[in-house]
Write a protein that binds this ligand. Sequence first.
Ligand SMILES: [Zn+2]
Ligand SMILES: [Zn+2]
Length: 224
Amino acid sequence: MRRMPQTVPAPTIEPFALGPFMTNCYLVHAGKGSDAWIVDAGFEPAPLLSKARSLGVRVRAILLTHAHVDHIAGLNEARAAFPDAPILIHAEEERWLNDPELNLSAGHGFPITAPPADALLKDGETLEINGSLWRVLHTPGHSPGGVTFHCPGAGVALVGDTLFNGSVGRFDFPTSDERALVRSIKETLYTLPDATRVLPGHGPATTIGREKTSNPFVRAEPAR
Ligand SMILES: [Zn+2]
Ligand SMILES: [Zn+2]
């Protein structure tokens, strides 16, 4: 008998704007009792954690777009709530979890360290949750280990602080690299389908097509 193509329900991606920096952290799941990911854990993560608890989801991983303090300050609480969930981050920022200078918390006057990573994310690797496949794209520049989580099936990309609605990530930190940021946006993010929904680390969602034509910092190269 021929195998029918499996239809995978679109993942639910719930945003929570957490803490004083209004960091968009995401709960990715497929409804009550499903598996789930937490993507970034900012300050004051209680609303996200209690939603995960009330859904009764199994948190399979805590994925980090990068390790700036506003994306990791809630990791201790998240880990306490879901002790079995491994923390995944790109190798270039593994050390940052334990280094308040690098994760910028020292500069804000309240040094923060987080639990260590359990596994490292690699450019091009595929992650799976509830049947949905997500690609890890290394998008450095705002920070050296910044990654994007792209789900082609759902047409959505969690881009961290690389690209925003009408803006781009800061590149004035000592660990930032403006040229790498522009390259990540032009050569990686802008090659995703125009309809791809972009869910950034701060502020409202956008699409790749919209940013390609109207982003004041990085426009797509005109076709020639
Ligand atoms: Zn950042
Ligand atoms: Zn941020």
